[in-house]
Design a protein around this ligand. Structure first.
Ligand SMILES: Nc1ncnc2c1ncn2[C@@H]1O[C@H](COP(=O)(O)OP(=O)(O)OP(=O)(O)O)[C@@H](O)[C@H]1O
Ligand SMILES: [Mg+2]
Length: 468
């Protein structure tokens, strides 16, 4: 979806983050439980395996306990002692004590183990020379003539090889799990992006739309969860379109209804003017006639605007036509008005056709307003040229005059309804350019107001898409 969402408004990405968040919480809990479980199992297996090896060593030593002439001793050959100190799991220390706890052989500093009441082998954690150790202790019953009682054999080894193995085991288990979690996140990210794509397209469609287009939004490819939203938006668009249409119809009807009484007023004023002898009354009647003329012009412009606006029911009148011929004919029709105003009105355009899809009535209305402006606002003796350029994609019409021009800061404002530049000394109601813009936009085109050639006057440039 588009990144250019309203500041502060939640964007489509928030949805993606929400999904990730809610999926990652159970994933993280599961991962923690499974991690703890893996650690527990691995620790148990490592402990059992190492303890068994330690017990073997204690039993080996125990097998070498001998009694000679009342003396207990351990008959450990040199090679066996060497093996004990060079084991793969680290050096092994041992201590053998007699039935009364007397030292027989080994490391006297090893903490003495408490004898087990059951007489079975025992394992426990211990410290020796400041190091963490694991210890195994067994007791051997001695029943000779001289010696009777329990001989204790203690063996200890460092715990660090066990923790090292445990760590590498856990790393081996956790690494694929982390990779799996990352893959899951990526898959979710991708899936949510894919699921949101129809919404992104819908958003672009709405952004691209002109304010004139109140047709329903396409609901075909959106997820079913979003369809009710589209349907309610379409219902809203329909209501909006109905309201606009009825407003437009009201303005058009009102303008139409006003035409007849204003025409009557004008006729009556003309009649009275011919009948009246008094100068004062004649002056008043003339003013009345001028006011009626203005009212007629305003009503006509309002009708034009109502016809040009989006909701007007003239959408079906678009048809292929030659804009070059239409422009030429419209310009010719305005020649008498130009002559009356002492303006040199000319046309420059290609001999060939300029095909567009359009409404001839509205296009004539549009050109008429632009030529009318150029003639009215240009001083007597001025020049107005209507130029037409046709390319494969567009037809461009320029109405250029050498009049006073429109100040740059007014150029966008004059396109609005009822906006007029003050102090021109020319009558008007400020609707002409608004009508032009509506008609141009209705044909998929646009209007620009520029400075005329030689940096003087006005160039009103309308661009319409050419018919394929
Ligand atoms: N060719 C032009 N040269 C100078 N000023 C212009 C020209 N065209 C338009 N304007 C200015 O833009 C304003 C708006 O023009 P627009 O055609 O919308 O209204 P209008 O001519 O005043 O009234 P209407 O056309 O409805 O009778 C005009 O009042 C005028 O000041
Ligand atoms: Mg005008």
């Amino acid at each position: 979806m588009s990144e250019g969402a309203t500041p502060g408004a939640p964007r489509a990405f928030a949805l993606r983050r929400q999904v990730l968040f809610w999926v990652s919480i159970p994933l993280a809990v599961l991962w923690a439980i499974s991690g703890y479980n893996d650690y527990d199992i691995a620790k148990r297996y490592v402990t059992v395996a190492y303890d068994r090896a330690l017990l073997e060593a204690a039993l080996d030593i125990g097998r070498q306990v001998r009694v000679l002439r009342g003396q207990i001793y351990v008959d450990l050959p040199e090679v066996a002692v060497k093996m004990l100190s060079t084991r793969a799991t680290g050096q092994l220390y041992y201590l053998v004590t007699g039935p009364d706890g007397e030292f027989i052989t080994g490391e006297p500093e090893i903490n003495r183990a408490k004898p087990s009441p059951s007489g079975q082998a025992q394992f426990y954690d211990d410290t020796y020379q400041g190091k963490q150790m694991r210890a195994a202790v067994i007791q051997l019953r001695m029943e000779t003539e001289d010696v009777r009682g329990l001989i204790t054999v203690q063996v200890i080894e460092q715990r660090s090889p066990r923790t090292d193995l445990l760590r590498s085991l856990l790393l081996g288990i956790a690494l694929p799990q982390v990779l799996a979690a990352l893959c899951a996140f990526m898959v979710i990210w991708f899936a949510v992006t894919r699921a949101l794509r129809p919404l992104t397209q819908l958003c672009q469609e709405v952004e691209r739309r002109s304010h004139r287009d109140l047709s329903p939004l396409p609901a075909a490819h959106v997820p079913s969860e979003v369809r009710p939203l589209i349907e309610s938006m379409n219902a809203l668009l329909k209501r909006l379109s109905d309201v606009l249409t009825s407003q437009q119809r009201f303005i058009a009807d009102a303008a139409h209804q006003l035409r007849t009484p204003i025409a009557g007023l004008r006729t009556q004023a003309g009649l009275a003017l011919r009948q009246s002898a008094s100068e004062e009354v004649r002056a008043t009647l003339t003013q009345l006639q001028t006011a009626a003329d203005h009212a007629t012009h305003l009503v006509n412009q309002l009708l034009s605007l109502a016809r040009a606006e989006p909701a007007a029911e003239r959408a079906q009148t678009m048809m292929p036509l030659d804009l070059a011929a239409l422009t030429r004919a419209t310009t010719t029709a305005w020649v008498p008005r130009a002559l009356a105003a002492d303006i040199d009105l000319g046309y420059e355009g290609p001999d060939g056709e300029a095909p567009v899809n359009g409404d001839a009535f509205l296009l004539r209305e549009m050109l008429g307003n632009l030529i009318d402006n150029a003639i009215r606002y240009t001083q007597r003796g001025g020049r107005v040229t209507v130029k037409l350029k046709s390319t494969v994609h567009a037809v461009e019409i320029g109405i250029e005059d050498n009049g006073p021009g429109i100040p740059e800061n007014e150029r966008s404002a004059v396109l609005e309804r009822f906006h007029r530049v003050l102090g021109t000394g020319v009558d008007g109601c400020g609707l002409g350019l608004a009508i032009v813009r509506e008609i141009a936009q209705r044909h998929g085109g646009s209007i620009r107001l520029l400075v005329g050639s030689g940096n003087c006057g006005t160039l009103a440039q309308v661009t319409l898409p050419a018919a394929g």
